[in-house]
Design a protein. Structure first.
Length: 216
């Protein structure tokens, strides 16, 4: 004898006991898609309309140490590679290439910046300063001179990044304490461990520049 009663399977029974089913899931996804579609015009209006460039080399203009340089580079080229490989400005060192050691430090619009994580194309229209722009062997900046006086280097590989970071720091804080110097140069690493000499050099440079030194 046949029966018209529908048997509820264990899987559906479990779904009903939990108050959730495939049908309610699909309904929820549909509602979410509708809400996203309603917001999409606002998102589209906020999106930038700049035209894509590349992948081949494109013309760029970089202002470095007060001079304008016209170069043709692929958009993926970083500022550190543009400086070293295309403009023969090798003061900034490419070491970690991960924005952790500070050896590639340059000054961009008055602020210390890692040039290994900035694209050259992003640096257009900005004031870029490398160590070559403010110190030379013939005319040393006070920071460079005090690095020599205070033995603030061993292998010297991190030294240009430290000098640039120190110069940028003293431009903003010409009268620092030792604690402020330590914090201000925290983005640079010296694998040789010459931190004591680096900090003393920064304080001595501040005094030579005219800022002086406060008590800690």
């Amino acid at each position: 004898m046949s029966s018209n009663k529908t048997t509820q399977g264990p899987e559906n029974g479990q779904e009903r006991r939990k108050g959730f089913s495939r049908r309610t899931f699909i309904q929820g996804v549909g509602a979410g898609s509708t809400a996203a579609a309603a917001l999409s015009p606002q998102v589209a209006e906020a999106a930038p309309t700049a035209s894509p460039v590349g992948p081949g080399a494109v013309s760029m203009t970089l202002k470095i140490n007060g001079r304008t340089h016209n170069v043709k580079l692929e958009p993926r080229v970083t500022l550190i590679d543009a400086l070293r490989n295309h403009l023969d400005l090798t003061g900034a060192k490419k070491v970690c290439d991960r924005a952790t050691c500070g050896s590639c430090t340059v000054i961009v619009d008055g602020h210390a910046a890692y040039s290994c994580t900035m694209l050259a194309i992003e640096a257009q229209g900005r004031e870029i300063q490398t160590i070559e722009g403010f110190t030379t062997p013939e005319k040393m900046h006070p920071v460079s001179a005090q690095f020599v006086e205070n033995d603030a280097q061993q292998c010297g590989f991190c030294t240009p990044g430290f000098v640039v970071a120190c110069k940028s720091f003293l431009d903003k804080n010409p009268n620092p304490t030792m604690a402020e110097v330590e914090k201000g140069l925290g983005g640079n690493i010296c694998r040789c461990g010459t931190y004591v000499g680096v900090r003393e050099a920064a304080l001595a440079a501040a005094k030579q520049i005219g800022g002086g030194r406060r008590a800690d």
